[in-house]
Write a protein that binds this ligand. Structure first.
Ligand code: UDP
Length: 323
């Protein structure tokens, strides 16, 4: 099977590309390199540098490429930035994404897998969160992803495009070759590990007055290789659907820092600061549906194993990607 991976030079897209290639798929990575890295593109993949906002280009690629499936990762993903620059999120994550959908229809692509997010739920009323929780995003980022899910539904009912939207919880960890390197970095695990590498003095804890046992926010850290496995299964799903991808277990900010101290052997000084706007206290996903319907079998069940793999990659790549 031939798969187009948009955003294949990004954090999750690069690991999924590697996973697909290991399984014998032919992969073309389409990435603008605005946030991705050329070195994060697996050498076995074909690489096309381009932006999905270039409608003519992406439609041509899909019309001529003979792709069986698309995995769509290319998106902006910072909640905070979306609160100050919402247009960037609606334009790219929704508007440019529509070019890809039109291309998928013109290119007669059989299967579309979308990188969605638990941010589409906003502040959930049930923990762990099931797929039928009300989707009520509290940021333009979450809203843009929900809008694209809705667009997919219409393309499915009008053109018969089969899709699976995967709502990730907190993607973390690394494969042997590919890991997390954002600029600027805002995510907890890579920042904690930067402190362990001596590149930062301390980690800032954003609030310890949340209604959780230790007062810090709880998240569900899911390994990117488990996400990759779910994407491959989703390609073959006989029907369209929406699935949560999480471990079902939560870990607080303090627990992540403590686990990282044990794994790295570094003291990792922490500094308590105020809350970060837009952070819900607890986000934990129920992924029973993905297990039942997609046959998903996540392998990394605890946060220590996730942090360990991120640390292994960080030690081997202390400067991140070079390009
Ligand atoms: N966090 C923190 N310090 C940091 C970065 C993140 O305390 O330097 C907290 C953040 O407030 C949240 C959790 O760690 O409660 C996970 O944040 P991250 O940005 O990694 O993922 P998010 O849940 O926002 O997608």
């Amino acid at each position: 099977m031939k798969i187009l991976v948009t955003g294949g030079a990004g954090y999750i897209g690069s690991a999924c590309t590697e996973y697909l290639l290991d399984k014998g798929y032919a992969v073309t990575v389409f990435d603008s390199l605005v946030t991705g890295h050329r070195d994060a593109v697996d050498k076995r993949a074909e690489f096309l540098e381009g932006d999905i906002s270039n409608r003519e280009l992406i439609i041509n690629v899909l019309k001529k490429g003979g792709f069986d499936g698309i995995m769509h990762f290319a998106a902006y993903s910072l909640v905070g930035e979306s609160m100050t620059n919402p247009g960037k999120y609606f334009q790219n994550n929704l508007g440019a994404g529509i070019n890809l959908l039109d291309g998928a229809v013109e290119g007669k692509v059989k299967s579309f897998v979308f990188s969605s997010t638990c941010a589409t739920y906003g502040e959930p009323t049930q923990i762990p969160i099931p797929e039928n929780e009300k989707q009520s995003p509290i940021s333009p980022y979450g809203e843009s992803k929900l809008m694209f899910e809705k667009a997919l539904k219409w393309y499915s009912s009008i053109f018969g495009l089969k899709y699976v939207a995967l709502r990730y919880f907190n993607a973390a960890g690394a494969s042997k070759n590919f890991g997390e390197d954002h600029n600027p970095e805002t995510h907890l695990v890579p920042i904690v590990l930067k402190v362990a590498l001596g590149k930062m003095k301390s980690i800032k804890i954003f609030g310890d007055d949340y209604p959780t046992p230790d007062g810090t926010c709880i998240r569900d850290y899911i390994h990117i290789l488990d996400l990759a496995q779910a994407h491959e299964l989703a390609l073959h799903s006989p029907r369209s659907g929406h699935y949560n991808l999480g471990t079902g277990n939560g870990c607080s900010v303090k627990e992540i820092i403590e686990a990282s101290r044990k794994i790295t052997g570094h003291a990792i000084p922490a500094e308590l600061v105020g809350r970060r706007p837009g952070d819900p206290p607890r986000l934990i996903g129920c992924s029973d549906l993905a297990k039942k319907e997609l046959g998903w079998k996540p392998r990394f069940e605890n946060a220590e194993a996730v942090v360990q793999s991120a640390w292994d990659w960080a030690k081997n790549n202390p400067e991140g990607y070079l390009s």
